[in-house]
Design a protein around this ligand. Structure first.
Ligand code: NAD
Length: 259
């Protein structure tokens, strides 16, 4: 049975593509977009979680959902996926560059492999997916690209690789915003704070505890808090907003030392 609310169907007729859609924020956003009528094209490297997610979204919301095992670091796979979705649905209206990983360590202990892995998934993956959808969005004169930075983009201890990748997302967002502006394509970033997902659960417990105490609202965020922001940036109503970074973080990025 569809639980689509007809009064809140901002994405009916739209195709929303989400990377890293099998769990965490990707899945929460998929649910938010599905609840508003979007057709979904999800990719992830975790095939089992992805198919469970696709099955439950299809039956809960009654919308078309595809799930493909695609690694965002493989540009040939990404291109094939974008071509297949465009062939099937006619267009991709919204791309959410959500896939990301952490490999935290002090700088002297970050291996070459961990440096490249984090940059490849978060930053190069976002570039590769954006490059693949751009021509179609330009042809349609419409597009929304949302990429995931993090509160860490401003700097964080023990995360040189992640910080570099997420600051790179901010730069990429601003550059692509300029390239899309004349063709109805908006490009924005979201910088979440501490949000309750499997990624947060994998973070060092002590770092997590210290950080939670620094949140002015004194609690971590829910994936649905982030999904609300993404749905707004992806909506037609946000058409004059481009090149921005939306902090969704309970105030942690405000910067005052008195909290
Ligand atoms: N949770 C937080 O507190 C938080 C805070 C700031 C930023 N973020 C960012 O938000 C995004 C989502 O985070 P999350 O907490 O949901 O993470 P998560 O680890 O729970 O989910 C990430 C998903 O991406 C997938 N993925 C990993 N590598 C991939 C690849 N190469 N190709 C395709 N998919 C891949 C994973 O399999 C997983 O399903 C990430 O970019 C993360 O850096 C999260």
């Amino acid at each position: 049975m569809s639980i689509l609310d007809e009064d809140l169907a901002r994405f009916a007729g739209r195709t929303v593509a989400i990377t890293g859609g099998a769990q965490g924020l990707g899945r929460a956003m998929a649910e938010r977009f599905a609840a508003e009528g979007a057709s979904l094209a999800l990719i992830d490297v975790n095939g089992d979680s992805l198919s469970a997610c696709v099955d439950s979204l299809g039956s809960d919301y009654g919308v078309a959902v595809s799930g493909d095992v695609v690694d965002v670091t493989d540009s040939a796979q990404v291109r094939e996926w974008v071509d297949a979705v465009t062939g099937r649905n006619g267009r991709i209206d919204v791309l959410v560059n959500n896939a990301g990983i952490i490999r935290d360590n002090r700088v002297e202990n970050i291996t070459d492999e961990d440096w490249h892995a984090v940059l490849d998934v978060s930053l190069t993956g976002a570039f590769t997916c954006a490059r693949a959808v751009f021509p179609g969005m330009r042809r349609n004169g419409y597009g929304r690209i949302i990429s995931f930075a993090s509160m860490s983009w401003r700097g964080n201890f023990g995360q040189a690789n992640y910080v570099a990748a997420k600051a790179g997302i901010v730069g990429l967002t601003r550059a692509l915003a300029l390239e899309g502006a004349r063709d109805g394509i908006t490009v924005n970033a979201i910088a979440p704070g501490l949000i309750e997902t499997p990624m947060l659960a994998s973070m060092d417990a002590r770092a997590r505890e210290l950080l939670t105490k620094k949140i002015p609202m004194r609690h971590t965020g829910r994936p649905s808090d982030v999904a609300e922001g993404a749905a707004f940036l992806a909506s037609e109503a946000a058409g004059y907003i481009t090149g921005t970074v939306l902090d969704i973080d309970g105030g942690i990025s405000i910067g005052s030392s008195i909290r």
